[in-house]
Design a protein around this ligand. Structure first.
Ligand code: NAX
Length: 327
């Protein structure tokens, strides 16, 4: 069946969108036969740059793209949208603390939450990329009371993909062989890329790579600090890999998860079976039946893993404090 999706993307003139928009237009996410309408939001000063991106989108002549709407009005961007990919936000400036970034971005997500609430289609689902993505999503969600809690996702898939790549590299296999990696907590340096249940070619990763020291030190810090390493190498933050992870996230949400495996994204934590604070956007291992996404139950966490998961929870609680007046 044809399902014409209206896909709203914010931050359309930015570097992630420069990869994301074209790949959505290619049919990589919603299907090679599924038409899409792109609804792209920018701030007024970036509308000229966005115009250039639109010209390039037109010049790509992608058969699935039925229409492209460019706007600086969130009510227009989210009108009847089936998906909203929230990429736009204020970047972290020099000397800016995480707390300052949260405070600077909070108000943006109040307005976007309201605009989603008032305009989006009934089946709207939201994936937030813009940092701090967990707390931005919490703010937007709090300002969109009519949108069910299970529609909101904040992206930790790039972290998952980075973790898989590190394990694959160490084991000398391709990433496709690595499954059951889970990201717990915040998309930040406190995230916990959980490796205890990870499999390499179906065997425990911790047996294939018999080096706990590596997992707890090099692996953990490489994944946690990867964003920074890319900025140092490239002079700009990760963009193509971030767009790729956003597409992976959507694909995982709308596709039944392979038997026994899981994927990660931050979801609203109410009712989670792991004793995490119930009012956070917190990343857990998830499964989808192709429509509904749920937290994987019954995973056994070591004391070490619990302490890591709790540390990230504590950071998210602090972030929530910083935006308390917007919730
Ligand atoms: P850019 O600075 O290149 O683009 C951001 C765009 O957002 C700009 O064009 C800006 O004008 C626009 N914007 C700002 N406020 C807006 C608003 N209120 N409405 C609509 N658009 C608005 O950043 P880019 O490299 O594309 O990164 C975008 C976001 O992704 C950043 O917040 C970044 O921190 C975050 N990331 C998140 C990742 C994740 O794994 N969750 C990884 C990659 C990336 O760092």
């Amino acid at each position: 069946t044809l399902f014409r999706s209206r896909v709203a993307v914010t931050g359309g003139a930015g570097q992630i969108a420069y990869s994301l928009l074209f790949r959505i237009g290619n049919g990589e996410v919603f299907g090679a036969d599924q038409p899409v309408i792109l609804q792209v939001l920018e701030i007024t000063p970036a509308m000229q740059a966005l115009e250039g991106v639109l010209m390039e989108l037109q010049d790509s002549a992608q058969p699935l793209v039925q229409d492209i709407i460019a706007t600086d009005d969130a009510n227009v961007a989210f009108k009847d949208a089936n998906w909203a990919i929230l990429v736009g936000g204020k970047p972290r400036g020099p000397g800016m603390l995480r707390k300052d970034l949260i405070a600077a971005n909070g108000p943006i997500f109040v307005g976007q939450g309201e605009a989603i609430n008032n305009n989006a289609a009934d089946d709207i689902r939201i994936v937030t990329v813009a940092n701090p993505c967990n707390s931005n999503t919490l703010v937007a969600k709090s300002n969109a009371p009519d949108v069910p809690a299970d529609r909101w996702f904040a992206m930790t898939r790039l972290d998952e993909n980075r973790a898989k790549a590190q394990i694959a590299n160490k084991a000398g296999v391709t990433s496709a062989e690595v499954t059951n990696v889970g990201i717990w907590g915040n998309h930040s340096a406190t995230q916990f890329p959980w490796f205890d249940a990870a499999l390499v070619g179906g065997k425990p990763a911790t047996e294939v790579i018999d080096d706990r020291e590596w997992f707890e030190n090099d692996f953990l810090s490489t994944v946690q600090q990867r964003g920074k390493a890319i900025i140092e190498a490239r002079g700009k933050s990760s963009a193509a890999s971030a767009a790729n992870a956003a597409l992976d996230t959507i694909r995982s949400i709308i596709t039944p998860t392979p038997e026994g495996d899981w994927f990660s994204a931050a979801v609203y934590s109410a009712g989670n079976p792991y004793g995490i604070d119930e009012n956070l956007m917190y990343s857990f291992p998830l499964r989808s039946d192709g429509n509904t996404v749920s937290i994987v139950e019954g995973l056994e966490l070591s004391d070490y893993a619990v302490s890591k998961a709790k540390a990230s929870e504590a950071e998210l609680q602090e972030e929530r404090e910083a935006v308390a007046d917007l919730l």
